[in-house]
Design a protein around this ligand. Structure first.
Ligand code: FES
Length: 102
C-alpha cells in the first residue's frame, strides 16, 4: 500500500544535484536529473556509503566512498547487472517532493 511522505521542497534539490534525507526509518537518496526527481535507497549496497552525497553526472551517481556507480533512474549498478539499488516512487505536489515509503 502506498505511503506518500513529503521529503523535500523542489527548490532544495536543483537540477544536477542530489541529497541525502531521512524519511521515517529510511535513508533516502534524492536526485534531480534535468528537472525530474528520482529516489533510491540511500545506503550503498557495497559497504553502506551515503549515495545521496555522491557525485551526480547526468543520470549516474558515484558513491563517495569507493566509487560504485548507479543509474539513479533505475538503480542499476553500472558494472554488475545483478546489483540493482532499490528505487522509491517520487511525485511532486505543491512544490514538495513526495516519496512512497509503502
Ligand atoms: S560503500 Fe559505496 S562504493 Fe563502497
Amino acid at each position: 500500500m502506498a505511503k506518500w511522505l513529503p521529503l523535500a521542497r523542489v527548490v532544495d534539490c536543483p537540477p544536477g544535484t542530489g541529497m541525502e534525507l531521512v524519511a521515517e526509518d529510511r535513508i533516502v537518496a534524492l536526485y534531480n536529473v534535468d528537472g525530474t526527481f528520482h529516489a533510491l535507497d540511500g545506503v550503498c549496497p557495497h559497504q553502506g556509503g551515503p549515495l545521496g552525497n555522491g557525485t551526480l553526472e547526468g543520470c549516474i551517481v558515484t558513491c563517495p566512498w569507493h566509487g560504485w556507480q548507479f543509474d539513479v533512474r533505475t538503480g542499476q549498478h553500472q558494472l554488475n547487472s545483478r546489483v540493482v539499488q532499490p528505487r522509491l516512487e517520487v511525485r511532486v505536489e505543491d512544490e514538495w517532493i513526495l516519496v512512497d515509503l509503502g
